[in-house]
Design a protein around this ligand. Structure first.
Ligand code: NAG
Ligand code: NAG
Ligand code: NAG
Length: 177
């Protein structure tokens, strides 16, 4: 009896750790999002090309992209999540979605600043597309681990993130050559 219980308790422990690992990865993404957002906010509103500012923007975008890709690997390697883990993940998703939406709104509102430096907006468009695609992969990897009965709900929680990306990409895409 004890012997047959052991693997089950190990499985449960592993599942709990996996859920926590995904939540931690989402916190990392949230932090990277806030950092990018603040770099966008402090981007100078003058037409002189400042390589340091452009560099900061790129560094933050790339580090966000890396964090999202790392989170996807964590989710893919995860065991199926328990109901409790899925609920805790839902809370993290709602909070991350609001950070992402707010940051994308800021990026859209800041477009006039970036348009003054001809090279910047097309680069932002490319980054937005990479980030959306990475986010979609991450979302799909997480949804696949959520209990089947909650998968549709999980998709619904992710939908606003996708909408916000699509709208930001449309705004930047209008001016693409
Ligand atoms: C995220 O940021 C918060 C607040 O600045 C910090 O306490 C936390 O350690 C950071 N977490 C990660 C995973 O970077
Ligand atoms: C992003 O920046 C804008 C403008 O500075 C601010 O209003 C908003 O609260 C910020 N959002 C996040 C998630 O940091
Ligand atoms: C994980 O859940 C999926 C359904 O979402 C199911 O198809 C798969 O068999 C489950 N895997 C394990 C190891 O239980």
């Amino acid at each position: 009896m004890h012997i047959s219980l052991l693997p089950i308790s190990l499985l449960v422990a592993r599942a709990l750790a996996d859920g926590a690992a995904i939540v931690a990865a989402m916190t990392t993404i949230g932090n990277a999002t806030v950092k990018l957002n603040s770099t966008v906010s402090s981007f100078p509103d003058n037409p002189l090309l400042d390589l340091l500012d452009v560099g900061g923007l790129l560094t933050d975008s790339i580090s966000l992209l890396n964090d999202i890709n790392a989170a996807t690997h964590i989710a893919q390697a995860s065991a199926n999540l328990t109901l409790l883990e899925a609920i805790s993940l839902a809370q993290s998703t709602i909070s991350l979605a609001s950070m992402v939406e707010s940051t994308l709104t800021n990026i859209v509102n800041s477009k006039p600043k970036f348009d003054k430096l001809v090279v910047v907006s097309p680069v932002i468009l490319l980054n937005l597309k990479s980030e959306k695609s990475a986010t979609d992969s991450f979302g799909a990897a997480v949804v696949a681990k959520v209990p089947a009965a909650l998968q549709a709900t999980a998709q619904n929680l992710l939908a606003p993130i996708d909408d916000a990306f699509n709208s930001a990409i449309a705004t930047y895409g209008e001016f693409a050559l």
